[in-house]
Design a protein around this ligand. Structure first.
Ligand code: SIN
Length: 474
């Protein structure tokens, strides 16, 4: 049986229409998946709903054993998972291996954290009364995940949901369903009971609507664009869905004059060119204080020039293809808009459509101004626009001129200035001298239009728990 949909512990979907999955490096077909409709989505929801009472009654220790089996299988098969990820998403193989390890870290961390879901006892004001707070799983969870991190954005949701006692349906994106299928195959091998994990692929609008309309789905966790997130929030209103939304970003970095430029250059290059800049938290605009501006620009350009663009499967590739033509065109538009309005291209500035794939050179722009498109929209590509600032206050003010508030970065060796910037930024994640702040044990999520709720850390477990207060008269 071909591995297509996974519903109630069985692989199914053979008779359904198929959708092709493409390699962004060359446009070749790398697999096919089933296009499921409302009927199959409802079946997945029913399976998760039926499995919930028994899964939620297992002890946290029993649930942790299943999760750890999945974790171990992911580590054992990390090369296979990584290769599949590069084939369908394009990121360099070394980054894919890194992502599998990152993805597995969520499973392991939450397997442990599930054992620490504590309630509490409240001192009562009456001698014969006891007051207790219980924490219980929210119920059936549906996860709608993005293409840029095909494994980690599933496990960051699946780990805490399952550890908390929820059952799970995952809907991966059309670009990267194969990694999701492989992960679910490993979950099947790990022996999770029927219906605890289910997988549906196909049209986002059809599956999304069935999920949002269902009274049985109590929680929806989504990573993707702010535009789609807003629609899901609206659709969830009818059943008052519990939602977690990890939405778009437009991350600023503020480099102050007392920054250690070794840290700033290394951190900003690591952040910006990770996954070819197709990362929600990667730096999208840089504000540098005037006295270190020229040196910073020069040094970043030197590092950017060293990076090799190509097929992610080729040895030595640092920057893989852009996911598709639309993504490529957006990057080109941002660069053209900046240059035609007076920015100077220090390095890069060009893309190429090559043999079915879209590639963009690592690009550094200087003399950028705040009114340019690139300073106001998420680029999702390997471009660093650098804007000169004269003070800490100006850096904070410009960094905050965005409806988004996911991640921001500051580079300074001064405790007091760093604290001033950290406290002044309206962002959910701050990297202080750190270009890659994400970790399983830390909260990840945004303010303003970047989302609702947090994933990762103890906050990420909270997202899958209900609070039940019990007042008991003796
Ligand atoms: C994202 O792009 O949303 C994920 C990045 C991360 O987890 O570091």
């Amino acid at each position: 049986m071909e591995k297509l949909l996974y519903i109630n512990g069985s692989w199914t979907g053979d008779s359904l229409e198929k959708i092709e999955v493409f390699n962004p490096a060359n446009g070749e077909v790398v697999g096919t998946v089933a296009s499921c409709g409302k009927e199959e989505t409802d079946a997945a929801i029913d399976a998760a709903h039926k499995a919930f009472p028994s899964w939620s009654k297992l002890t946290a220790y029993e649930r942790a054993d299943y999760l750890m089996k999945l974790h171990d299988l992911m580590i054992e098969q990390k090369e296979e998972l990584a290769e599949l990820m590069t084939l369908e998403m394009g990121k360099p193989l070394k980054e894919s291996v890194g992502e599998v390890m990152y993805a597995a870290s969520f499973i392991k961390w939450y397997a442990e954290e599930g054992k620490r879901i504590y309630g509490r006892t409240i001192p009562s004001s009456a001698e014969n009364k006891r007051m207790q707070v219980l924490r219980q799983p929210v119920g059936v969870v549906a996860a709608i995940t993005p293409w840029n991190f095909p494994a980690a954005m599933i496990t960051r949701k699946l780990g805490p949901a399952l550890a908390a006692g929820c059952t799970f349906i995952v809907k991966p994106p059309k670009e990267t369903p194969l990694t999701a299928i492989k992960l679910v195959e490993l979950a099947d091998q790990a022996g999770f009971p029927k219906g605890v994990i289910n997988l549906v692929t196909g049209s986002s609008s059809v599956i999304g609507k069935a999920i949002m309309d269902s009274e049985k789905v109590r929680k929806v966790t989504f990573t993707g664009s702010t535009e789609i997130g807003k629609k899901l929030i609206e659709q969830g209103a009818a059943t008052v869905k519990n939602v977690s939304m990890e939405l778009g970003g437009h991350a600023p970095a503020v480099v102050l004059e007392d920054a250690d430029l070794n840290k700033a250059v290394a951190g900003i290059v690591a952040s910006k060119f990770r996954n070819a800049g197709q990362t929600c938290i990667c730096i999208n605009r840089v504000y540098v204080q005037e006295s270190v501006y020229e040196e910073f620009v020069e040094r970043v350009a030197v590092e950017a020039k060293k990076l090799k663009v190509g097929n992610g499967l080729d040895e030595g590739t640092d920057i893989g293809p852009i996911i598709n033509k639309d993504g490529y065109e957006k990057i080109s538009e941002h660069v053209e808009n900046a240059v035609s309005n007076g920015a100077e291209c220090v390095t890069g500035g060009k893309g190429r459509a090559d043999n079915g794939g879209y590639y963009y050179e690592p690009t550094v722009l200087k003399n950028v101004s705040q009114d340019m498109l690139i300073m106001n929209e998420e680029t999702f590509g390997p471009v660093i626009p650098i804007h000169k600032i004269s003070s800490v206050e100006e850096g904070i003010r410009l960094a905050n001129t965005s409806p988004f508030g996911l991640a921001a970065y500051v580079y300074t060796e001064s405790m007091s200035k760093g604290t001033q910037v950290v406290e002044g930024l309206d962002y959910g994640i701050i990297g202080w001298n750190d270009g890659v702040p994400s970790a399983a044990q830390a909260p990840f999520g945004g303010m303003k239009e970047s989302g609702l709720g947090r994933e990762g850390g103890v906050e990420g477990m909270e997202a899958y728990l209900e609070t039940k207060y019990v007042s008991f008269v003796l």
